[in-house]
Write a protein of this length. Structure first.
Length: 447
């Protein structure tokens, strides 16, 4: 069946792929593996459990809580909170394990489970593999006083909001902000944090009903935010996804500002204040070439990783860097968070506007986005993408044509049976023509 854990936990169609029995078994297995690894040594283990507002999160939360308590773990239910809030509170509440139920930007029928260690970081691959290998094994379940107890964690939202506000260096007074919460986990937290930071806030996509998460709203659908920013005469729009680990933005004129542009703005801001460790940013291979050109011009090094915030974080920790992220809007500020945090990112982006006195469209000009075209080629043998001499020759020829003002990236999808062809070039026409030509080569040689 392949590995159960993906790059962001276990995810699938709720009650079909991700069932209550599986959620319970995963929780039991996680408790057992961490216990055997010595994570609970000398004390009674404690776990915090949070979720986004999907309807399926209610029964999956019950299953996770039951599994953990049956394995002897004390459980604190956090309720509906962003993924980065659960990561933060795992450490802040001195818990041994954090569990988040969310499928992030996916539609409402999907859901997922991800685990955090006591420091608020996602569990490493080897621990996830051991959890997966433990599923279904016989075990000696505790009884009597050794079973875990369950209670609600009161004040969790306030504690997280207070943490966010403690990181914001200036007041946001005088700035009007529209925030789109994707009818998701940030629906209470994001408007509250922005208001208390001093902004005049209009919240949209902030009425979750369990079924409308990410539906025509949030970071995957910016149209509603663009319209609201124009209608309200706002200075900026901020868009989160369902679990609020992403942030994209919109200028006062309604123009989108993607993760690369946000990273460029914040990297410059951190460098100016002397807080950009190693004068380095970590980004994935999907970041626009314009971002890398802008960073090079500013004297900032860029470390590239594979696609996925997990890999960005690994490179940041390994190199001792504090800032990194993805074009999709996952921005990691390690001085303040252990994972991508969309609310935190939005606060700091608006703070950069407030400190500089410059509008977002002007700040975003620190980089020029090169036209980028992505073609997904389905129905091919993606396992041969890296070993085809014909494809390698075609890529080399395309790169020679593009020169320093473009690039080619061909990679197999990590989750779907397809090969992704990405081309950046000086013009949209050149990028599209090159991408289409390479896609046809992929179809031919990998058929």
């Amino acid at each position: 069946m392949g590995r159960l854990f993906g790059t962001d936990g276990v995810r699938g169609l709720a009650n079909r792929d991700l069932t209550a029995p599986l959620a319970m078994d995963l929780s039991v297995a996680a408790a057992r593996v961490l216990g055997e690894a010595g994570a609970f040594e000398g004390h009674r283990p404690v776990a915090v459990v949070g979720r986004d507002p999907r309807a399926s999160g209610e029964f999956l939360e019950a299953a996770v809580v039951a599994g953990l308590a049956s394995a002897g773990v004390e459980v604190l239910r956090l309720g509906v909170l962003p993924t980065p809030a659960v990561a933060y509170l795992t450490h802040a509440l001195d818990a041994d394990l954090g569990v988040m139920l969310s499928a992030s930007h996916n539609p409402a029928p999907d859901n997922g489970i991800k685990f955090f260690d006591r420091s608020g970081y996602k569990l490493p691959d080897e621990i996830e593999d051991r959890i997966e290998g433990t599923l279904g094994q016989d075990w000696d379940a505790p009884t009597g006083s050794l079973v875990g107890r369950v209670r609600d964690a009161h004040g969790a939202v306030e504690q997280y909001v207070a943490h966010l506000l403690s990181t914001v260096p200036v007041s946001l007074h005088g700035l009007r902000v529209v925030v789109d919460c994707a009818n998701g986990a940030s629906s209470d937290v994001a408007p509250e944090a922005l208001r208390r930071a001093g902004a005049d806030v209009i919240a949209i996509g902030a009425a979750p009903d369990g079924l409308n998460i990410n539906s025509g709203c949030g970071s995957t659908h910016l149209e509603a935010l663009q319209k609201a920013v124009r209608e309200h005469g706002a200075d900026v729009g901020i868009a989160n996804d369902g679990d609020a680990d992403r942030c994209l933005a919109v200028t006062a004129d309604g123009e989108p500002v993607d993760g690369d542009q946000i990273m460029a703005i914040l990297a410059m801001d951190l460098r100016e204040s002397g807080r950009l460790t190693g004068e380095t940013v970590v980004a994935t291979v999907m970041s626009n070439l314009g971002f890398k050109i802008a960073m090079r011009g500013a004297g900032i090094d860029v470390v590239e990783t594979a696609v996925g915030d997990r890999y960005v974080l690994e490179a940041m920790k390994e190199g001792g860097f504090v800032f990194g992220g993805e074009q999709s809007g996952h921005v990691i500020m390690l001085d303040h968070a252990t994972t991508g945090d969309g609310v935190l990112t939005g606060l700091h982006l608006i703070a950069a506007m407030a400190r500089s006195g410059r509008p977002l469209d002007e700040l975003a000009k620190v980089m020029t986005r090169l036209p980028q075209v992505l073609v997904n080629v389905k129905g091919v043998d993606k396992s041969r993408a890296g070993g085809s001499p014909e494809l390698a020759k075609a890529v080399a020829e395309a790169e020679a044509e593009l020169g320093d003002n473009g690039r080619v990236l061909i990679r197999p999808s990590g989750t779907e049976p397809m090969v992704r062809v990405m081309v950046e070039a000086a013009s949209e026409e050149q990028a599209s023509a090159t991408a289409d030509r390479l896609a046809e080569v992929v179809r031919t040689v990998l058929a």
